[in-house]
Design a protein around this ligand. Structure first.
Ligand SMILES: NC(=O)c1ccc[n+]([C@@H]2O[C@H](COP(=O)([O-])OP(=O)(O)OC[C@H]3O[C@@H](n4cnc5c(N)ncnc54)[C@H](OP(=O)(O)O)[C@@H]3O)[C@@H](O)[C@H]2O)c1
Length: 316
């Protein structure tokens, strides 16, 4: 069974550990910069090993795949370290701060024949996969517009990973990546992007609005750390539309015709908390000796980062 090592004992590591335990996976090792913290995780989730430094865990030859759960400003450094020790990698979103860093990581993984994948959990959800199938069968006709928002009011702490530039702060990299992913999943790469942002005093974006232009469609996206909006996505087509409440971790979606009549409801309850699907994909790829997932191909990680680079350039 694939032995996972978790790097960084923070919030998302908790969800990951719950999901891995829930599917009967191998919680092999947890590493924190603080041994007391990793020992507490070990007690709670039943990890076999607890380490007080990331490198100590990477030296362990029994770790097959490292789940990187540190702030995104550190993902590049931590992925390069894991590759040095010949580990497969599942890395939290945003994969890196920009496309240039991601290319270096992917080239390094390729040269060592190692698996590396971005943990963009939305892409692996059964509800998302079902929506994609239904759209390809024509349930709402041709897509004309996508609207998606991920906005919430975060506690303003200039030193936190959300607001500190060196940790990769800002709404776009933390939450804006989700609406951007939704649009790219269903419409592909836009031919033009327009964006504006409100910058926070640390220099990161507090909020942003993005418009993606396609030949026959448009996407309007919002993300923010400064205000609340319902987290939801809408996909409009020539024959109807789909409403996806809480699209980032969607269990349900509602499909309407052009007369606002509900014609279909989709529901796929999570087995644990929704993160299990990306974990199952990693296990499946590694057990079948695949270095890349078709649900989260590397070129899509690069594509989204390229668009985010373009967006940031527009804000100067
Ligand atoms: N998929 C999702 O739904 C989802 C949700 C939330 C976050 N995320 C992603 O997961 C990553 C971590 O987010 P999080 O919310 O878990 O953050 P967090 O609670 O702040 O945890 C990050 C962990 O990184 C480690 N770390 C190493 N160097 C650090 C430094 N210089 N400053 C702060 N922490 C440092 C710390 O672990 P130790 O002290 O144990 O070493 C810390 O607990 C981010 O990339 C984020 O985008 C994904």
């Amino acid at each position: 069974m694939i032995k996972f090592g978790v790097m960084g004992a923070g919030n998302i590591a908790t969800k990951f550990s719950e999901a891995l335990r829930g599917i009967g996976g191998n919680l092999y090792a947890i590493a924190s910069r603080d041994l007391n913290k990793s020992k507490a995780y070990q007690n709670t989730y039943g990890f076999e090993k607890a380490y007080g430094s990331y490198e100590d865990m990477l030296i362990d030859p029994f770790v097959d795949c490292v789940y990187i759960a540190t702030p995104h400003g550190l993902h590049f450094e931590h992925m390069m370290l894991a590759l040095k020790y010949h580990k497969h990698i599942l890395c939290e979103k945003a994969f890196t701060l920009n496309e240039g860093q991601a290319k270096i990581v992917i080239n390094e993984a390729n040269s060592k024949n190692l698996f590396v994948m971005e943990a963009l959990w939305t892409r692996f959800l059964p509800t998302m996969i079902e929506i994609k199938q239904l759209i390809s069968q024509g349930i709402i006709g041709d897509i004309t517009k996508i609207e998606a928002n991920f906005c919430f009011q975060a506690t303003r702490d200039d030193e936190s990973r959300l607001f500190a530039p060196h940790l990769g702060g800002g709404a776009l990299l933390d939450v804006g990546i989700y609406p951007l992913t939704l649009a790219n999943l269903f419409l592909g790469t836009p031919h033009r992007i327009e964006s504006k942002s409100d910058l926070y005093h640390t220099g990161v974006d507090l909020s942003n609005e993005i418009t993606l232009y396609y030949d026959q469609a448009v996407a309007h996206l919002k993300s923010s750390l400064g205000y609340n909006l319902p987290i939801e996505g809408f996909i409009y087509g020539t024959k109807g539309y789909i409403h996806i409440p809480m699209f980032i971790g969607a269990e349900r979606a509602f499909i309407f015709d052009n007369h606002q009549k509900l014609i279909k409801e989709i529901e796929n309850k999570h087995i644990v908390n929704g993160m299990e699907y990306e974990i199952l994909e990693v296990i499946n790829c590694l057990e079948n000796n695949q270095k890349e997932s078709s649900l989260m191909p590397r070129h899509e990680t690069l594509n989204i980062l390229r668009q985010m680079d373009d967006i940031k350039k527009q804000w100067h």
